[in-house]
Design a protein around this ligand. Structure first.
Ligand code: RIB
Ligand code: CA
Length: 314
């Protein structure tokens, strides 16, 4: 039976790649896609979720949850990597949807419709998850598991010297989720940055005669340029696609159960994830953290997942 999945994301090019894979993976039943501000402000994230799903036109349309407070001004974004619209400046059209529901309500509804069956794949700041848990205190016991792309075990960040972007963008929500009773798997930068996609990856993308290819080629070209221009890198990371592989192919990863927290007040360290790895630690682990990865196998999963999406949208 296909695993029920909610994808909470801030699309973002690597979010979009993960969605391309998830929406056509026969092992997954994507029951909802919810938007959160992060890479781009909330209203744009909501628009991007809708645009991606409409363009990809998957066999089963997931419910869409939009950012509930689109006016909240994020203190950070990643438009320098993903483009002003978050998707490589493609300016995708969207149809006008009148009855759109808030992301946290969609999460609550879908988890309660299938208690203990839904995996929540968290690819952006954890704002919606924290809001859903506050709104429905029983929810942490009803989610099967959270798989979270975020944090850094070694302490090296990407948006600040010590913090990873998703956690840094909303550290209070992240700490609340880290403290929740839910089963959690963290896929940190230590793992996702080991997968380095080179220019060969562009050759392996679905043809742009497919709906998936028509979306992917401009986005991937854009993000290769951003990484070169802003990060001085000739290869790219698709952090969120790696986190999706951790959902469907966990056997490609090794993990440890660790006690993790989020610094929420540090002047220099806000958003830093702090793990207690002392041998004599008395802190009970509150999450599984991925610590090793089969780089080649995960890279192949991403290429194959996108090729499959290309075949189904050709
Ligand atoms: O730090 C990488 C994460 O932040 C990814 O999810 C990327 O899309 C951004 O949200
Ligand atoms: Ca993301």
């Amino acid at each position: 039976m296909a695993r029920k999945l909610i994808v909470d994301c801030d699309p973002g090019i690597d979010d979009a790649v993960a969605l391309c894979m998830a929406l056509f993976d026969p092992r997954l039943d994507v029951v909802a896609v919810t938007a959160t501000g992060g890479n781009i402000p909330g209203a744009q994230a909501s628009r991007n979720v809708q645009a991606l799903i409409e363009r990809l036109d998957p066999p089963r349309y997931p419910r869409i949850g939009i950012v509930s407070s689109p006016k909240s001004a994020p203190h950070v974004d990643a438009r320098f990597i993903h483009g002003d619209d978050g998707l490589g400046n493609q300016s995708l059209d969207v149809s006008v949807h009148h009855h759109r529901h808030a992301a946290d309500k969609v999460i609550i509804d879908e988890v309660r419709a299938a208690p203990h069956e839904v995996t929540l794949l968290c690819l952006g700041p954890l704002t919606n998850i924290a809001h859903a848990f506050q709104r429905d205190p029983e929810l942490p016991n009803l989610v099967d598991r959270l798989v979270i792309m975020g944090g850094s075990v070694c302490g090296i960040g990407n948006i600040t010297p010590t913090a990873e972007f998703n956690i840094y963008a909303d550290p209070i929500s992240a700490q609340q989720v880290f403290q929740s009773r839910t089963t959690k798997t963290l896929v940190p930068l230590d793992i996702t940055t080991q997968i380095k996609l080179t220019l060969d990856f562009k050759v392996d993308l679905p043809l742009d005669t497919s709906r998936a290819g028509q979306l992917l080629h401009p986005m991937v070209n854009f993000v290769f340029r951003s990484y070169h221009q802003h990060l001085g890198q000739e290869s790219i990371h698709l952090h969120d696609a790696v986190a999706l592989v951790a959902v469907v192919n966990p056997e490609l990863f090794q993990s440890s159960d660790i006690f993790g927290q989020v610094e929420t007040r540090g002047q220099l360290t806000s958003g830093m994830t702090v793990f207690d790895r002392r041998p004599q630690s008395h802190a009970s682990p509150n999450m599984e953290v991925m610590t090793e990865v089969d780089v080649m196998a995960v890279t192949n999963c991403i290429v194959r997942g996108l090729a499959h999406a290309g075949r189904l949208t050709g």
